[in-house]
Ligand binder design. Structure first.
Ligand code: ZN
Length: 256
């Protein structure tokens, strides 16, 4: 059955009418956002009004503003609308690992963070600080990047990766947050005892190397080729020199 996203907006105070976003008469963000399942938009509206025990207009003429404190907007959630679907998905906070939904942050007037990475503004601030700190540590050589090898004992096939976190954490992440990659699919379908985890190289960054991430990628590429991890292993791509091929490396700093 189709799903419909809806928002209930509140009218701005009299002295602020027409001063909302795009000269709107309505508060932003909306008072409440959620979704309902219904065969069509009309049925969705009825369901929402049933839930709230009152009627909501879908549009209000300026001359009728004083008679309406609320405005309802409803739109069908299309199957390919991943942004909308993610609002309702349960996500893991990258800082405290708590589960959260973006939609619940939308509906919390005290919450300022609405992104997909963190459960709250405080975790977002902590997380960004920590990422900058980790990056600083890596750049200053205090927390060196490590190239690691994961070998499947029964087949001899290998996976090579890089991390700036403690490598045991990276191993744990491979097991705990498997993706759809061929490597993670095999990990999920085989016993843990079939795997060996090893640090291959602690990266010593040359002083004043123009692109540190590229240097680490070069070392990773060297080991991927050495262990034939693409043709006969579990890596899917060679990391490029300039940009990291693996988003999990977290060399992408937030915009200042
Ligand atoms: Zn959190």
């Amino acid at each position: 059955m189709p799903e419909f996203y809806y928002q209930i907006k509140g009218r701005l105070p009299d002295d602020q009418l027409g001063m909302g976003a795009f000269n709107s008469n309505w508060e932003w963000p909306p008072l409440f956002s959620d979704k309902v399942e219904a065969p069509n938009k009309k049925a969705a509206k009825l369901l929402i009004e049933e839930e709230y025990g009152r009627q909501f207009p879908l549009r209000v003429l300026t001359k009728d503003l004083k008679n309406h404190a609320f405005l309802l907007s409803i739109s069908e959630i299309l199957p390919e609308d991943d942004v909308m679907r993610r609002r309702f998905a349960f996500l893991d906070c990258k800082e405290c690992t708590a589960r959260f939904r973006i939609i619940d942050k939308f509906n919390n007037p005290a919450e300022r963070d609405t992104g997909p990475d963190f459960c709250s503004q405080s975790c977002a601030e902590e997380g960004r600080l920590r990422r900058i700190k980790d990056y600083d540590l890596v750049c200053s050589g205090k927390l060196p990047a490590v190239i690691y090898l994961i070998r499947q004992l029964s087949t001899g096939k290998c996976y090579v990766g890089q991390t700036i976190r403690p490598i045991t954490l990276r191993w744990w992440q491979h097991l705990t947050y498997p993706s759809e990659s061929k490597f993670h699919q095999v990990i999920k379908s085989t016993p843990l005892t079939d795997w060996q985890f090893q640090a291959l190289e602690t990266i010593a960054l040359p002083d004043d190397h123009p692109n540190k991430a590229a240097y680490i990628n070069d070392r990773e590429r060297h080991w991927i080729l050495h262990f034939d991890c693409i043709a006969n292993g579990y890596n899917t791509v060679l990391p490029s020199g300039a940009a990291s091929a693996e988003p999990e490396l977290e060399f992408d700093l937030p915009e200042p």
